[in-house]
Design a protein around this ligand. Sequence first.
Ligand SMILES: Nc1nc2c(ncn2[C@@H]2O[C@H](COP(=O)(O)OP(=O)(O)OP(=O)(O)O)[C@@H](O)[C@H]2O)c(=O)[nH]1
Ligand SMILES: [Mg+2]
Length: 260
Amino acid sequence: MTKKESLPERLEATFLTSAPDLKRCPPGFGAEVAFAGRSNAGKSSVLNQISGNKRTAKVSKTPGRTQLLNFFDIRTGGRIVDLPGYGYAKAAKAAQKTWQKSVNHYLSYRNHLAGIILVMDIRHPNQAFDLEMLEWSTKSDIPIHVLLNKADKLSGGAQKQILQKIRSGYSDYPYATVQCFSAMRGLGKEELITKLLDLLATPIDGDELIADEEALIENGHEPVLEDLLEDQPSDLPADISEDLSQEKSQEKSQEKSENP
Ligand SMILES: Nc1nc2c(ncn2[C@@H]2O[C@H](COP(=O)(O)OP(=O)(O)OP(=O)(O)O)[C@@H](O)[C@H]2O)c(=O)[nH]1
Ligand SMILES: [Mg+2]
């Protein structure tokens, strides 16, 4: 995608299926790009912004909304997989373990994984889970693109400052690219769509889903990401702190199924 005029304004995305674990993921078909990140960072909102449809994925003010691996077909080719978030400490431990295991196994063993969009809240970047993802993707040669989401919460100057700081701190992660984004306002959309089209066009070697994850684990293929169940956000710098309770007070009730 070199010519700006040929860049689509949105990537049409159609919900395909939800899977509770790797075994129940659909057979792979083309490249998959996973949206990963802490709970409430805005993964599902990012997908809705780039698909131009607020209803593509379910969004909630309550962290922990996405609890299944949600697959979306992209009309121009490939799939996006909206993953459950990490680090929502208030969720029942057993439930957290179940869905975080499913994320770990998906990332560790899914053949079709071509890249990761790592969504962070720009006000709480580089949490333990984020750094682990960056390290793992670097070791595994999986391209990773970091979105500093909710940029609308900060001034343009503060956005630039944080972007620069994060970029210059990633010298150990040569595959990582970083941008500011706002799922609410669409800021950074062209850059993200360009990146996604590139990743979604990745040729995939070998086709089938690795069906037997247990066998892989027994053979010594440990999942790459481990327990980060209580990865709490660090304190906000005073100049960009804000009342997070406002987000909670706007909470709307959500339907039980994650997607229609
Ligand atoms: N101001 C602002 N709010 C955002 C933005 N992106 C997401 N949000 C809000 O953040 C909250 C969480 O968004 P989700 O998209 O559900 O987050 P998620 O990462 O999918 O969360 P889980 O499914 O729990 O992992 C919602 O209240 C969104 O409206 C953004 O760019 N700006
Ligand atoms: Mg979500």
